[in-house]
Design a protein around this ligand. Structure first.
Ligand SMILES: NC(=O)c1ccc[n+]([C@@H]2O[C@H](COP(=O)([O-])OP(=O)(O)OC[C@H]3O[C@@H](n4cnc5c(N)ncnc54)[C@H](OP(=O)(O)O)[C@@H]3O)[C@@H](O)[C@H]2O)c1
Length: 173
């Protein structure tokens, strides 16, 4: 079975925050980032997302194939035509995705989900948008004590608008 490709999409502030709190929507990002996000989501087979993020963005996500991480199910449970709840503690996520025939997987966050996927070695690429604003407090992109330290290599940098929103593309080393 071919190994799927996993890429993460995230937008963060200058101080490295992806949200003010776990129920904060991502409406604060620039329209250029939203355009990029929509294009990438349209090109993937499935989205892996945490339950908090799914709840915050249920409407736009409902029309896409989603695997929603949650401890509320023992293993997996279908929660709609395009939505599968999955407890990664009891399920081999990579194997499940392979069995379902998905080849391109978008990891959409939030912090807990990015962290788990990094820990599992399931983040091949990272598309990170940096918006020129500061929350001062909030959720970081990752929150884990990783050993060995995960390393990435910069593939490209693109300035998305005149205010200086940057799109950074990294690949796992
Ligand atoms: N700026 C961005 O690019 C961006 C992207 C995505 C999300 N966000 C924001 O991030 C915030 C949410 O982030 P978050 O870290 O609080 O939550 P999250 O990762 O979206 O979801 C956390 C939930 O996912 C489930 N989960 C996580 N790890 C698990 C594991 N190892 N095993 C089983 N279930 C697991 C649990 O669900 P249960 O509680 O149901 O067990 C957990 O409560 C929201 O404000 C969202 O808008 C920002």
């Amino acid at each position: 079975m071919t190994r799927p490709t996993f890429f993460a999409l995230a937008v963060m502030t200058l101080d490295g925050k992806i949200a003010k709190h776990s129920k904060h929507e991502s409406s604060w990002s620039s329209k250029e980032d939203k355009t990029f996000l929509r294009k990438k989501l349209a090109g993937c087979d499935v989205i892996v997302v945490g339950k908090h993020t799914y709840d915050v963005s249920r409407k736009p996500l409902a029309k896409r194939n989603c695997i929603v991480l949650t401890r509320s199910v023992a293993t997996t449970r279908r929660a709609g035509e395009r939505c599968l709840y999955c407890n990664p503690r009891e399920t081999d996520l990579k194997r499940l995705i392979q069995q379902l025939g998905y080849r391109t997987v978008c990891v959409l966050g939030g912090t807990q989900t990015y962290s788990l996927m990094l820990k599992l070695g399931l983040l091949d690429e990272l598309f990170l948008t940096v918006e020129p604003l500061v929350f001062g407090t909030g959720l970081p992109l990752f929150d884990l004590a990783a050993s060995p330290v995960p390393r990435f290599r910069l593939v490209s940098i693109k300035k998305l608008n005149r205010r200086g929103t940057l799109l950074l593309h990294y690949r796992a080393k």
